[in-house]
Design a protein around this ligand. Sequence first.
Ligand code: DC
Length: 216
Amino acid sequence: MPTPIVIAIDGTSASGKSTNAKLVARALGFVHVDTGAMYRTLAWYCLKHGVDVHNPRAVTAALRRWKTTLVCRDGHVYLLVDGYNPAREIRSAEVSAAVSHVAAIPAVRRWMKKKQRECIQFGNLVMEGRDIGTNVFPETEFKYYLDASPEERAKRRAAEGIQENLADRDRRDSQRAVAPLMVPLGARVINNSNLTPEQTSSLILEDIRRRLARKE
Ligand code: DC
């Protein structure tokens, strides 16, 4: 069996990663993986069990305790906790505020990288996150980095009914010591401030198809 293809989509918060990753995955028939949801699931678990997200030892101990399973349903990968998918809960303001603290802990990043690499058991992937092209699948040649102006990103979050401090989260994600958010070497950078999701995903798809055609 050929090695599965991994399309890495990284970028800042509210830069359109999820929307575009889903559009690209659907167009190619690949499986979609939202790695931010996996970090959010851990933050949710910590909040629910009274684990201090600012305490790396406590969070690392929680990682040893929780019982998780990776599943693929309808073309999306989910990290279940005790068989439960906290899809709605992980979008709360509390989880959004806590997540970049747990994501900065080195043991958490090692755990997540291993799980995220295990996703190739499900086939070809479109994986979105902050460190996919730099750290999780650095070997892939399909790397995309999305960004948009701070004003545009704030507008998108507000349209979703979500109020959050994007600048704070981006700063924490970019300045952490382990696997910080950065443009992967060789990535195609797309600023989509003035593009629709259809236009952005078309740019990504054209590039992927061109590269795949070169391999044939
Ligand atoms: O994409 P998102 O907003 O759901 O991501 C939630 C947080 O998880 C984000 O603030 C940073 C962290 N994250 C990360 O550090 N590495 C990833 N690959 C994905 C997300």
